[in-house]
Design a protein around this ligand. Sequence first.
Ligand code: FAD
Length: 460
Amino acid sequence: MKTQEQEHILIIGAGLCGSLLALRMAQRGYKVTLMEKRPDLRKEIVDSGRSINLAFSDRGMKGLRLAGLEDKVLPLCIPMNGRMIHNAEGQLFMSPYSGRNEYINSISREDLNIMLLDECDKMPAIKMQFNQKCTGVNIETAQATFEDHKTGETITYQADVVMGADGVGSALRKSMLEHRKFLFSYGQDFLTHGYKELSFPPKADGEFLVEKNALHIWPRGKDMMIALPNLDGSFTVTLFLSWEEGKDSFDSLNTDEAVLDYFKREYPDALALMPDLLTEFKENPTSPLGTIKCSPWHAYGKVLLLGDAAHGIVPFYGQGMNSAFEDIYVLDQYLDQYAGDWKTVFKAYQEERKEDTDAIADLAVDNFHEMKAHTARPIFQEKRKLEIAFEEAFPTEYFSKYALVTFREDLRYSEAMRRGRVQDKAILNLIYDGKFTKDMSLRTKLDLMKQETRKMLHDE
Ligand code: FAD
């Protein structure tokens, strides 16, 4: 049997998950080969085809902290303290993410990926190769085949273990699906909405055109737009709109007039900040949004899927990358326990993790509806105000569903979902039924809420 130092892990995909995974595996003493189909984004301009910036929060930090990168990532972050809601009447109001001063961060995908690749470069145990597209994996023998984008040459590499961090279109997952010697479940579920990225430029002096420390949302019931700040003073704006259904859709916005008319009607304050709207609308791609679930994530103790390759989710909880980084944290714990026995490591890892990534996938779809429609409704705003008041007054006692999912990195997603959903239902029922009276103290309201939650949990 090989020692850990001799064992060779081949990782497909040097995106966010693959580069952190490579680093952590090398830190644990393995020999790592990291293969990426795109060019090295530190040397060439690479269109990632994905969101330009991301919401980065505590679960993601847990993964980076494990690799000793907390100090490296903080300078890349812009704190966002809450949602700045831009309602249809043009009014703005800030809805904090928490009553405990907790916040999430906006981070550039490229800056984060570059930082991770630079860290990989410092590890002699990691060999990185770019322009190498995986075309298939023999999942019984851990042999992976790559086509060199520049020379067209095809090479097959032998590893002890192959890990697929190659995103939603994973080549490893495809090889597992086509293997047919074991039962592999696979499902993908697309939303009727797609997304397009647009932008607000910085002011001439490099400052931000709207509040910097917020995630801006324009909820419009059927559609929505969001904007996250970038370090250069610009914002990346994402429009979520139906592909073809309804009055307004990507299909129907097919002329400059139609685009302008739609933005004048729905997002007039944003339109005033978008000098390049028509060019960006035409030139930037419209992309789909989907959930991918599959099982098993591993086979023969030779291959394992992680990150989006194992569980692609829609972006409405801002947890795709965060959950991918948390994957690495959870895997690492099983390596502490069972290193040397990959089959057991992979099995135990999936047994714990699948329930949690299924939970965040479902929560993310729920949040799509919450963000585009509910955030603008008075009952939802009343609920959020009460939750913030509970969190401010009783910071160790009350955590909203959002806080359980986003800030309680000690809690599994599945548990955050279970507690959060029941709590949401309880609080909405109590508001709707007029049970929270004006003269009631906050303490009494919280006790009533807890009582209702306990009753509902008991009835589950
Ligand atoms: P990827 O980032 O897709 O990386 C996969 C890598 O593998 C890429 O570098 C790719 O080039 C490479 N690759 C692919 N195929 C091959 C192959 N055959 N051979 C070799 N290499 C290959 N998450 C958050 O946490 N917060 C957010 O706010 C957020 N916002 C989002 C907004 C949008 C619009 C979208 C689409 C996603 C968002 N996400 C967010 C999700 C996040 O982008 C993903 O969860 C994250 O990128 C997953 O990382 P990954 O490394 O698993 O996959």
